[in-house]
Design a protein around this ligand. Sequence first.
Ligand SMILES: C[S@@+](CC[C@H](N)C(=O)[O-])C[C@H]1O[C@@H](n2cnc3c(N)ncnc32)[C@H](O)[C@@H]1O
Length: 263
Amino acid sequence: MGSVYAGAGRGSNGHGILGGMSSQVRDMFASIARRYDHGNQVLSMGLHHRWRKSAVRLSGATPGNRVLDCATGTGDLAFEFQRAVGEKGSVIGIDFCAEMIEVAREKASREGLGTRFEEADALRLPYADRSFDVASIAFGIRNVDDPARGLEEMARVVRPGGSVAVLEFGQPGGPLFGPLYRFYSASVLPRVGGWLTGERRAYEYLHRTSSAFPSGTAFLEMMKGTGRFSHVSGRGLTGGIAYVYVGTVGAPVSATAGGGAAS
Ligand SMILES: C[S@@+](CC[C@H](N)C(=O)[O-])C[C@H]1O[C@@H](n2cnc3c(N)ncnc32)[C@H](O)[C@@H]1O
């Protein structure tokens, strides 16, 4: 499964599925920033809220924790973490797209949440080693130029014993659900996404990248390959449409998969 993905292993050129296209990715998100949330809500039929709650729960975040949400976009995962860590905790969301961050800041002030947002590259985090209890990324690891490097960078800023939590699309299997989902992803999603946001190519990109990105055990292998986690685990959500992966930062020991992650 992972072999079609250029960035899955360290024998590759180290670039993501579109091969070092950060500025194009940033421009694409800038052009849909104001309509991104609406597109998410409709196209996931509201499921993304449930997936985010699962990611926060599985990350092990507790009240008072310091959390860094990478490629935070319009901030929905960061806000979910903020609710979990409470006022004594702190959440910073970073993204390299100023337009997405602007929407996140407006939402934070509307909802009276103290979440901070900063413009930064997930591959070069401007934070000291061991500064956070949890680092997270939702639907973003697939977009960074070098996903393994992104995981390493997140692990670097998390204290030993803390966690790196990744929420990302998978490729659902099964004789009925698999083909049905592939049809939805390849045909319905770009059409409806284009209609909702005016940027069909953003949803073609979503299909292209998510259908080739390693999921389940292939992604866990990528996490293990970084050598930064003492334990990694994965959980499939909604029949494998999405996955939550969690790595405990520390010297490598073992891996487990549950809920369909071992695909
Ligand atoms: C599909 S959106 C996900 C946004 C948000 N995390 C969510 O769950 O809705 C992907 C985001 O990744 C950001 N991104 C991609 N590569 C990045 C990088 N190297 N550093 C920071 N942000 C990045 C994009 O700007 C975009 O906002």
